[in-house]
Design a protein around this ligand. Structure first.
Ligand code: B12
Ligand code: SF4
Length: 462
C-alpha cells in the first residue's frame, strides 16, 4: 500500500530544527512490512504547498498524521484536507494529543483510526488489517469508529526491546532543510537512545506518555544509527534528544567510548538532569560533547518541590560547576509561573542564574506553565476549574496555569526575569569571550564567538 505520513504545517510555518522522529519510526516499520512510505514534513510549508505536494504524490491508501497538543488545530486541518483530496484513503492519527483524547480526533476530523501511545507495532498491525480488509478489534492501542460508535481497544504494552525496532527512516529526510543546532554550523541530526523517564515533574507529559521506566537501546544499536547518519547523510553533529541521557552514568561513558573508538569527526550535545559526575563529563567531552541543556526550571527550593523536581538548587549549581571543569557548555531551561511562584521566588531564580551563568539564556517568551494532557498539572487545573476537558475541543489555543496569577501578572514576572538575566548574561559573555577566544583554535567556535559579540554589541547599542 501507499502510506503518506504528514507532520502538519506549523501555525507560523518555519523550518524545524530536526525532522519528525516519530513519523520516521512508524514509517520505518511500515516500509519494513513492504509498504511504500512517503514522509511529508510540512512544518515550513503553507497550506497551498501541502495541498500541491499531496496532489502530486502517488495516491495514498493510508494517510497518517501526527498530533501534538500545541498544534492540534493544524492536525485536524490536515486530516480534513486528506479526506477532501483522498476520499478512498484510510486516515490515522497518532502522537501525544491524539493519544490523550482519541474521541476528540473523531469529533473534529473524519479520521478512521487513532493510534494511542507508542506507535510502531500498532501501526504495523493496523496496516496489515487494512491491507487484508480485516478486523482491527484485536489490535491493542487503537481507537476506531464502528457503526457510529467509538471503540477503544486495550492499551498497547510498551516495547521493551527497543533494538527490535528498525532504525527510523532518516533516508527520507533532507538534512540541509533543517536548522539543526542553534550554536553549531555543522549539519546536525537528532537521535533518541531511550524512551521513558523515571521522574514525574508535574508539568511534563513525557513520563505520562512514555512511562516511568526508562527503556534503553543498546550502544551498538545507537552507534549503527550514528554511523549511518555520519556516512550516508553527512551528519557531523548530533543532539541526543533523550529525556535523560545522563541519568545512567555508566551507559553514558560507554556511549562516549564507542564514539571515541569510531574516530568520527563528530560533535554532540544532550539534554539531561543535573545528577552527574565529573568522570562521566570528561568522557563525554573527550568524545565530542560540547553542550548539555539542563531542565533546572527554578532557583527556588519551594518551587522545585512544587513542580516535583527531584533535584536541589545546590545540585544545579554543582552540575554547572562540573561542566565548566570538563569544558562542556552548560545551558539552562527555566520556567517562570509555576504553582507557588512569587516575585520572591523569581528573584531566587535570578540569584541562581548569577551563580551558574549559563552559556546561553533563552528569554522566557511565554510566562506561565503550559497545561499538557496527562500531567499532574492538568489534573490540578481541572480541579481548580482553570480548564475543562471540552476546552481542548472548543479551542485550538494552548492553556496556561493561571490559578494564582493572571497572564498579565505572570508577564511582569517574566519581564523582571528577562531584564535581570540580560544584565547577568552580558557580564558573563564578555568574561568568557576574553578567556575563550585566546584558547580556541576551533574555527566553528571562533565564528560563534564573533556572532555572539556582534549580537551583544547590537544589544548594547540599543
Ligand atoms: C524532540 C522533541 C521536540 C523537538 C521536535 C523535533 C522533531 N521534529 O521531532 C523540538 C525541540 C522542536 C520540540 C519542540 C516542542 N516540544 Co517537544 N519534544 C521532543 C521530545 C523530547 C522527543 C520527541 C520524539 O522525537 N520522540 C520520539 C518519537 C519516537 O516519539 P513521537 O514523536 O511521540 O512518536 C511516537 C508516538 O507518539 C506515535 N506517533 C506519533 N505521531 C504519529 C502519527 C501516526 C499516524 C501514528 C500512527 C503514530 C504516531 O508513534 C511514534 C513512535 O512510537 C518529546 C519528549 C519525548 N520523550 O517524546 C517532547 C514533546 C513531544 N514536546 C513537547 C512540547 C510541549 C514541545 C513544545 C511545545 C515546547 C515549547 N514550549 O516550545 C515545542 C512545540 C514545537 C512545535 N511543534 O511547535 C511535549 C508534547 C506534549 C503534547 N501533549 O503535545 C513532549 C511530549 C515533552 C513534554 N514536555 O511533555 N520538541
Ligand atoms: S521534565 Fe524531564 S525529568 Fe521531569 S519528567 Fe519530564 S523528562 Fe523527566
Amino acid at each position: 500500500m501507499n502510506v503518506v505520513l504528514i507532520n502538519p504545517p506549523r501555525i507560523n510555518p518555519s523550518r524545524a530544527d530536526f525532522p519528525p522522529l516519530g513519523l520516521g519510526y512508524i514509517g520505518a516499520v511500515a516500509q519494513q512490512a513492504g509498504h511504500q512510505v512517503a514522509i511529508l514534513d510540512a512544518a515550513a510549508w503553507s497550506w497551498d504547498e501541502l495541498r500541491d505536494r499531496l496532489i502530486h504524490s502517488p495516491l495514498p491508501d493510508v494517510v497518517g498524521v501526527t498530533c501534538w497538543t500545541i498544534e492540534r488545530g493544524q492536525a485536524w486541518q490536515v486530516l480534513r484536507l486528506a479526506r477532501e483530496l483522498f476520499p478512498q484513503a484510510k486516515l490515522a492519527a497518532g502522537g501525544p494529543h491524539a493519544s490523550a483524547f482519541p474521541e476528540h480526533v473523531f469529533i473534529k476530523t473524519p479520521a478512521d483510526y487513532v493510534v494511542i501511545g507508542e506507535g510502531e507495532h500498532t501501526f504495523r498491525e493496523l496496516l496489515d488489517a487494512i491491507a487484508g480488509g480485516g478486523d482491527v478489534s484485536a489490535i491493542t492501542g487503537l481507537a476506531y469508529r464502528l457503526d457510529g460508535k467509538i471503540i477503544r481497544t486495550a492499551p498497547r504494552v510498551f516495547e521493551n526491546n527497543l533494538d527490535s525496532l528498525p532504525m527510523l527512516l532518516h533516508e527520507q529526510f533532507d538534512y540541509s532543510q533543517y536548522n539543526g543546532l542553534y550554536d553549531m554550523s555543522r549539519r546536525a541530526a537528532a537521535v533518541m537512545t531511550s524512551r521513558g523517564c523515571p521522574f514525574q515533574c508535574i508539568y511534563c507529559s513525557s513520563s505520562a506518555y512514555w512511562g516511568c521506566k526508562m527503556r534503553k537501546r543498546s550502544i551498538p544499536s545507537v552507534m549503527a544509527e550514528v554511523e549511518y547518519l555520519y556516512h550516508e547523510k553527512g551528519i557531523r553533529a548530533i543532539l541526543f534528544f533523550d529525556d535523560n541521557l545522563l541519568i545512567d552514568s555508566r551507559r553514558c561513558i560507554e556511549l562516549s567510548q564507542a564514539l571515541l573508538e569510531r574516530k568520527l569527526d563528530l560533535t554532540w550535545a544532550a539534554e539531561g538532569t543535573v545528577k552527574i559526575e565529573l568522570e562521566t563529563l570528561k568522557w563525554m567531552k573527550k568524545s565530542g560533547c560540547y553542550r548539555i541543556d539542563f531542565g533546572i526550571e527554578s532557583g527556588s527550593p519551594q518551587i522545585l518541590k512544587n513542580i516535583g523536581k527531584k533535584f536541589t538548587v545546590e545540585d544545579n549549581c554543582r552540575a554547572f560547576e562540573l561542566c565548566r571543569q570538563a569544558d562542556i557548555k552548560p545551558n539552562a531551561y527555566l520556567i517562570v509561573g509555576s504553582p507557588g511562584e512569587t516575585m520572591h521566588t523569581v528573584k531566587e531564580t535570578i540569584q541562581m542564574m548569577r551563580k551558574i551563568q549559563p552559556e546561553r539564556l533563552l528569554p522566557i517568551p511565554q510566562p506561565g506553565l503550559w497545561i499538557l494532557p496527562g500531567t499532574e498539572l492538568y489534573r490540578m487545573s481541572l480541579e481548580k476549574g482553570i480548564i475543562k476537558e471540552e476546552d481542548w475541543l472548543n479551542s485550538d489555543e494552548t492553556f496556561f496555569y493561571t490559578a494564582e496569577y493572571s497572564r498579565n501578572d505572570l508577564q511582569k514576572f517574566a519581564d523582571e526575569f528577562n531584564l535581570q538575566n540580560q544584565k547577568t548574561m552580558r557580564g558573563s559573555i564578555l568574561r568568557r569571550l576574553a578567556s575563550k577566544v585566546l584558547r580556541d583554535k576551533d574555527k566553528d567556535a571562533i565564528r560563534q564567538w564573533q556572532r555572539r559579540l556582534r549580537n551583544l554589541l547590537a544589544k548594547i547599542a540599543k
